[in-house]
Design a protein around this ligand. Structure first.
Ligand SMILES: Cc1cc2nc3c(=O)[nH]c(=O)nc-3n(C[C@H](O)[C@H](O)[C@H](O)COP(=O)(O)OP(=O)(O)OC[C@H]3O[C@@H](n4cnc5c(N)ncnc54)[C@H](O)[C@@H]3O)c2cc1C
Length: 463
């Protein structure tokens, strides 16, 4: 054993420092479980003090660290080399308190999103944070990527839900800011530094999240539209007529809808094929029967006004599950690809129709591209592409990347709406952040992690 491993074992015990074969048998991403994991060791701290002790030891040995949450990120941010020590947060999975008076939930960073949702819901409260990876993604990873998801349109990104954080800094110092208050203008809001910085500035160990009173009704519908202008028109119409209760507005292009609802998935399409756009909407309210009747009425009105061409409303909880499984289970798209290449861009909402059409056409002209799937959180200006390509050749990757990313600067968009930068998008950061902004990011990184130990080489270079 090396001195650092011995030192880590003295603090955590042998059961909580995995090496050799145990490391090789683990994985760096839920979609690549068959690949052997490379790392010097995986540490499994049980509490904040142990995280701090591990980080202090790593600091002393100038040892690079990668923090593992649920390993569901889509940007290579948990990739490792054999030189890294991993801090896996899986043992720190406690949901410490659901406070229905302050309307907060306090959790350890390794708590899985779906478990937090259930704990909150058992107190008749609601955590408005949801996306397809909820069964694996941990709140620490979600905070570190500032994840978005299916209800950002109404409730904002993860950042909007965080009231307090506890963080272990690169030298092992514990910063504890687990406040439950919404308003706090007492100087710099330091927690914001750790939200969305992908584990490069500190290790999140606990969080206080804002929760809300549970809605009493949930209504959803699938809608068919052929014209992008009407997609925007329908968004404005529903948002206005539901008076702030519209909580999701998801857009799926026909090619994606066909795979998501194809016979291979054993999922029937709620409305027939043949439309260019499929919109899935959700309204949260207070009375199931009345809210469903209201949605039905509005869909009929939109149909009569020729804003939409078809619609199916979810009737009961099994329909709701059916509709939302279609949208959430992007694995269906992924598994239909030879090699899948993911994108998560954002641009102003009015630009999306033409940008997607032109980009998909350009991508389809590239030799080695089989198919392009488009879908996304259109009300947030956020579109995902999954490009099905023939191989992992770097030249092909670059050509596809440039086709998707090049127009974004002019459009005032972003190479990452919600997944982050990690390794995969580092080369394109300057398309959406200025040289001055990137310089300030480097200044912050140097100040908070002067030895460049935390997630080294991800997001920005330390030069
Ligand atoms: C099927 C699927 C659907 C998805 N849908 C969405 C979506 O709709 N919206 C969206 O925004 N994202 C989505 N994602 C990606 C999203 O980024 C992740 O699912 C989630 O936010 C990452 O959480 P995680 O625990 O898996 O983090 P990981 O993947 O383990 O880590 C992500 C980053 O955070 C760091 N990190 C992890 N834990 C900590 C910690 N405690 N302290 C400091 N750093 C830490 C890691 O080092 C890494 O840099 C989806 C992913 C999948 C697979």
């Amino acid at each position: 054993m090396s001195p650092i491993i011995d030192h880590l074992i003295t603090v955590l015990g042998t059961d909580h420092v995995l090496t050799g074969q145990a490391v090789a048998e683990s994985y760096s991403h839920i979609w690549r479980m068959e690949e052997k994991l490379l790392a010097k060791a995986i540490t499994l701290p049980r509490n904040t003090e142990e995280v701090s002790a591990v980080v202090k030891i790593c600091n002393q040995y100038e040892q690079p660290i990668v923090v593992f949450g649920g390993r569901t990120n889509l940007v290579g941010s948990t990739e490792t080399s054999g030189e890294d020590i991993i801090i896996s947060m899986e043992k720190m999975n406690q949901i410490e308190e659901v406070d229905t008076q302050s309307r907060t939930v306090t959790v350890q960073a390794g708590a899985i999103l779906e478990n937090i949702q259930m704990a909150v819901s058992s107190e008749d409260m609601f955590l408005p944070l949801n996306f397809g990876a909820k069964g694996s993604a941990q709140i620490g990873g979600i905070i570190s990527t500032n994840a978005g998801g299916l209800q950002v349109f109404k409730y904002g990104m993860t950042r909007n839900l965080i009231l307090g954080l506890e963080v272990v800094m690169a030298d092992g110092t514990i910063i504890s800011g687990l406040k439950k208050i919404i308003k706090d203008n007492s100087a710099f809001d330091l927690k914001q530094l750790f939200i969305g910085s992908e584990g490069t500035l500190g290790v999140v160990t606990k969080a206080v999240l804002k929760i809300i009173e549970a809605p009493k009704s949930r209504t959803s519908a699938f809608v068919g539209i052929n014209n992008y202008t009407q997609v925007i028109h329908f968004l404005k119409f529903m948002d206005k007529e539901l008076a702030g209760n519209l909580s999701s507005y998801e857009l799926i292009w026909e090619d994606s809808y066909k795979i998501m609802t194809g016979p291979q998935n054993d999922i029937k399409p709620p409305i027939p094929y043949g439309y260019k756009y499929y919109v899935l909407i959700e309204g949260l309210g207070i009375d199931q029967n009345k809210d469903q009747a209201r949605m039905q009425f509005l869909l009929e009105e939109a149909y009569e006004k020729e804003i939409i061409l078809d619609a199916a409303i979810a009737d009961g909880s099994s329909d709701l599950e059916w509709f939302w499984t279609i949208r959430e289970d992007v694995h269906q798209l992924k598994s239909s690809c030879t090699i899948d290449h993911h994108f998560d861009i954002s641009i102003p909402i009015p630009e999306i129709g033409i940008y997607v059409e032109e980009t998909v056409n350009r991508l389809n002209q590239i030799e080695g591209v089989h198919k392009v799937f488009a879908f996304g959180h259109v009300a947030d200006g956020n579109i995902h592409f999954i490009v099905d390509k023939e191989n992992s050749n770097p030249e092909l990757k670059k050509e596809i990347d440039l086709t998707v990313y090049s127009p974004l600067k002019k459009l005032g968009g972003s190479v990452s709406a919600e997944h982050g930068i990690g390794l995969h998008k580092k080369a394109y950061l300057d398309l959406c952040r200025s040289a001055e902004e990137i310089r300030i990011m480097k200044v912050l990184k140097k100040a908070l992690d002067p030895k460049n130990l935390l997630n080294r080489g991800k997001v920005i270079d330390n030069g």
